[in-house]
Design a protein around this ligand. Structure first.
Ligand code: G4P
Length: 535
């Protein structure tokens, strides 16, 4: 079933068609880090598991503000890992795991073509998984499901599939199935490739392969207790009887998810997932440029967009790296790219590529690849880069912040530094900065409160600007959209509750939902919008 679409190194595919750019979404603790390590291991990118965390440690020591991450044990940064297997190049974008970072996560997910949803087999769908899944659904991203930790006491596989399917309104097709779970875990049935995968010793790696025609052939499987294999075959037969068969079109449209049972810790099911990602996972798709045209990955000219900016990775240098997802063309080191927002070209002299393994210097990248561009503030999240064409990719909106705070300086002499620091943080997407019309103290807006801690810690450490927050009497912000004269009239009439964002766009700060509803009613020619496209 899967073999039909499997692309190997031997097939003369264009380079972009060999790219699989994806993210792993999960609730904290479901096993994302472990699965990432094991995917890298299965691809041969690292020789020893534990590297991902070790790299994280090193990064932390380089960057002080990540103390917050250490204290809270969560990942606040996204990183990119590129690895290769069987001629397929995988770009794995790490999404921040904490619910507070929904905006950052949203932007990272806008840069991928597929996602792997990791579920803890004992817990089923948890809150964060669900939220992230909904974000993927907005874009109809195809989703692979990895049911992790089957080596622990788990829910029954059929009950689990049922819960996932009904909670998410998603069709599921199992591609691997557990032979026993918890202490009974003996191996997996690789349904797609018709073989059982077993350990030669209890708890060991699944190196023994037993081919089969139909699952019933596995009854009496040597080396597995009768009760365990019988139960596995019975539940698999039942599942296959009621669940839809794998359908590539339905999967690519985001309606059906192939399910892999496994244990990241024991490396069970990981190679099968990687094979699935390579064989049925989508290669880079065309992208809509501001509704004007579709940009095809096969086009000759380079285009891409910035989905993340990370500043001050090294506190000794005011460096800033923009992460760019390429959408078309063949990028080469030293190329000049046009930024339509700034209306100017920039030479990309020192792009960063993200290969997880050591290999000869890469100096080309194609659609689906991510490149890091060090710069001094020229690039913002949402910026498009192209070889001359004035296009803008959609899908990187700002969300109206629900948490607003006035920023007060502990040292009034540092007003200039604060302004610069806030501008940097806004460009990086850490916070939104809103300047009230009638008050010099800026207001910062965030989607989750953790961002406030990150902001104050970074302002102090990286810019030497200690700040305090003060509560404001506004509960939400909305962008005001309408004809200029009408907007001006509204701003004039509501001076104490209007502001401008960093692009000078007018913003209404509402004191309550009721007040917002009344403004909507009283100003029918205006729109008060909660989502603003960037650029
Ligand atoms: P996260 O990134 O999604 O937050 O999860 P992470 O991989 O860090 O895994 C969370 C915990 O679950 C870790 O245990 C990890 O070892 C364990 N784990 C992950 N996958 C499996 C699996 O397939 N089977 C079992 N039994 N455990 C698994 P920990 O004790 O919190 O951390 P550690 O000290 O082991 O690193």
């Amino acid at each position: 079933m899967l073999d039909e679409t499997h692309s190997t190194a031997a097939a003369p595919l264009p380079d972009f068609a060999r790219r699989r750019t994806f993210a792993i979404i999960s609730h904290p603790d479901a096993g994302k880090t472990t699965l990432t390590e094991k995917l890298l291991l299965a691809s041969g990118a690292i020789r020893m598991a534990g590297h991902v965390k070790a790299r994280g440690e090193r990064r932390r020591t380089r960057s002080d503000w990540m103390e917050i991450e250490q204290q809270r044990g969560i990942s606040v940064t996204s990183s990119v890992m590129t690895f290769e297997r069987d001629g397929i190049v995988f770009n794995l974008l790490d999404t921040p795991g904490h619910s507070d970072f929904s905006e950052d996560t949203y932007r990272t997910l806008s840069a991928v073509d597929a996602a792997v949803m990791v579920i803890d087999a004992a817990k089923g769908i948890e809150s964060q998984t669900r939220k992230l899944f909904e974000v993927c659904r907005l874009r109809d991203i195809p989703i692979f499901t990895f049911v992790n930790k089957v080596d622990r006491e788990s829910l029954d596989p059929i009950a689990l599939m049922d819960e996932v399917s009904s909670t998410l309104a998603l069709d599921l097709t199992p591609l691997t199935w557990p032979i026993g779970m918890g202490v009974d875990f003996r191996g997996l049935i690789d349904i797609a490739n018709r073989k059982a995968l077993l350990a030669t010793e209890r708890g060991g790696p699944l190196v023994r392969e037993v081919p089969f025609e139909t699952p019933e052939d596995l009854i009496d499987l040597e080396g597995v207790e009768e009760r365990i294999i019988n139960e596995a075959v019975e539940s698999l037969t039942l599942a296959l009887g009621v669940l839809p068969p794998f359908d590539l079109a339905s999967f690519r449209e985001g309606h059906l998810s192939p399910v892999y049972f496994g244990s990241a810790l024991k490396e069970a099911g990981v190679a099968e997932l990687l094979f699935g990602l390579g064989s049925v996972g989508p290669s880079p798709l065309p992208r809509s440029a501001a509704g004007e045209r579709m940009v095809e990955p096969a086009e000759d000219l380079v285009s891409g967009f910035v989905f993340k900016v990370q500043a001050n990775m090294d506190p000794n240098h005011r460096d800033r790296v923009a992460f760019v997802r390429l959408c078309s063309g063949r990028f080469k080191r030293g190329m000049k790219l046009f930024n339509p927002r700034e209306k100017r070209n920039m030479a990309i002299a020192n792009p960063i590529f993200f290969f997880a393994q050591e290999r000869e210097t890469v100096d080309e990248a194609v659609a689906g690849d991510i490149i890091g561009i060090p710069n001094h503030g020229m690039l913002r999240v949402g910026d498009t880069l192209s070889e001359g064409e004035s296009i803008r990719f959609e899908g990187l909106p700002d969300f109206a912040p629900e948490i607003l705070r006035r920023v007060l300086l502990s040292d009034p002499m540092k007003a200039k530094q604060l302004q610069k620091a806030l501008q940097d943080m806004a460009e990086e997407g850490v916070v939104q900065v809103i300047r009230p019309v009638s008050d010099p103290a800026p207001i910062v807006g965030v989607v989750g409160t953790l961002q406030l801690d990150v902001l104050s810690a970074r302002l102090e450490k990286e810019y030497g600007v200690p700040i305090r927050y003060e509560a404001v009497s506004f509960v939400t912000a909305r962008w005001i959209v309408g004809e200029r004269a009408e907007v001006d009239r509204f701003m004039e009439a509501n001076r104490s509750s209007t502001a401008r964002d960093r692009d000078e766009a007018p913003v209404y700060l509402a004191r309550s939902q009721w007040v917002l509803d009344r403004a909507i009613e009283e100003w029918p020619k205006l729109k008060f919008v909660a989502v603003k496209e960037r650029g």
